[in-house]
Write a protein that binds this ligand. Structure first.
Ligand code: HEM
Ligand SMILES: *[C@@H]1O[C@H](CO)[C@@H](O)[C@H](O)[C@H]1NC(C)=O
Length: 334
């Protein structure tokens, strides 16, 4: 009998080991960001976060709107094939990128700032840091520079060798969306209605072109009238910036009261009928109305919902390990 004991223990040991490794595999599969890590570049590019912060700081000082533009780039990246820097790729002969998609064309901006960060990072850490991680860090720093929250960014994303114009057109929500259309687009990315309201709080900074909300002023839903959910003084003010004919590229702040401060004002605006886009104003209705009310008077709770939601968004489908590549130039595949 004694001769059987060591092998039996070995078998038990091996089955435990097998169970443990199976468990690990399952955990990794359900929580994709498992392979991302806060310390990813600690040895290979220890200066990374300082470089990103300093270039962002200069850029935002020069033009406060840049914080918003970079944050939006991050959103439009993550909603299309995950956060893989696909939005940064230029259209070149034989390759179609995402820049001409409806939600991006004549609209997304900030590519020069990402190029500047990348060039400085390459100078000290050649071929090591992905454009996808640079964008994730730059978006975080922009928010913090506008007095918003900050959060730890897990790193180790790699850059795509592909882009999808059609996914950019279908995954990114339209400003004329209803609440259920918005909820569906976020749900398709694994983000809840709460995440959606929190992330929409990004519209506490930045600008929108008249073309994205003009129908609300002159002819909402073919009625020939302004959107009745809009504050009438706000309608009059916006008409001054957006004439019925022309002026489609004129800009208005998404948060009329504090357009360069990342704060809870966006939610108070919605309560007052001063949401700029239809997709903003509809959040103050139905099942999401109470979140808007709560956050309009509780900035810490908004900030913690925002950091939780943007962390989830930032971890969408990263390319890790040997998938994808580390681009030398964020605009081009290697
Ligand atoms: C809920 C669905 C959303 C819709 C329908 C939407 C739509 C829009 C539109 C139409 C603009 C103006 C674009 C232009 O005039 O060219 C805009 C700007 C902006 N969006 Fe969104 N957005 C949404 C969610 C988000 C999210 C989740 C974020 C980031 C977390 C975000 C960040 C921004 C920022 C910061 C700007 C200003 C950009 C700038 O000034 O350059 N948006 N958005
Ligand atoms: C308002 O929009 C409807 C369709 O949505 C259109 O038929 C109508 O001509 C428009 N009216 C004006 C004054 O532009």
């Amino acid at each position: 009998m004694t001769g059987f004991n060591p092998p039996m223990q070995l078998i038990i040991f091996l089955s435990l080991l097998l169970m443990a490794s199976t468990t690990t595999t399952i955990t990794t599969a359900t929580a994709a960001p498992q392979q991302l890590s806060a310390t990813f570049y600690d040895k290979t590019c220890p200066g990374l976060q300082n470089v990103v912060r300093s270039v962002m700081s200069q850029a935002v000082q020069k033009e406060p709107r840049m914080a918003a533009s970079i944050l939006r780039l991050f959103f439009h990246d993550c909603f299309v094939q995950g956060c893989d820097a696909s939005i940064l790729l230029d259209d070149v002969s034989g390759f179609q990128g995402e820049k001409s998609a409806g939600p991006n064309a004549n609209s997304v901006r900030g590519f020069d700032v990402i190029d500047k960060i990348k060039a400085q990072v390459e100078a000290t850490c050649k071929g090591v840091v992905s454009c996808a991680d640079i964008l994730a860090l730059a978006a975080r720093d922009g928010v913090a520079l506008q007095k918003g929250p900050s959060w730890p960014v897990l790193l180790g994303r790699r850059d795509s060798q592909t882009a999808s114009l059609s996914s950019a057109n279908s995954n990114i929500p339209s400003p004329t969306s209803t609440l259920s259309q918005l909820t569906a687009k976020f749900q398709a990315q694994g983000l809840s209605a709460r995440d959606m309201v929190a992330l929409s709080g990004a519209h506490t900074i930045g600008q929108a072109r008249c073309t994205t909300f003009k129908q609300r002023l002159y002819n909402q839903s073919g009625t020939g009238q302004a959107d009745p959910t809009m504050n009438t003084a706000f309608v009059a003010q916006l008409k001054g910036r957006c004439p019925s004919n022309g002026g489609d590229n004129n800009l208005s702040p998404l948060d009329v009261l504090s357009p360069t401060k990342f704060d809870k004002q966006y939610f108070a605006n919605l309560q007052n009928g001063k949401g700029l886009l239809t997709s903003d104003q509809v959040l103050f209705s139905s099942s999401t109305q109470s979140l808007v009310s709560t956050w309009s008077s509780d900035q810490p709770t908004f900030f913690s919902a925002f950091t939780s939601a943007i962390t989830k968004m930032g971890n969408l489908n990263p390319l890790t390990g040997s998938s994808g590549e580390i681009r030398a130039n964020c605009r081009l595949r290697n």
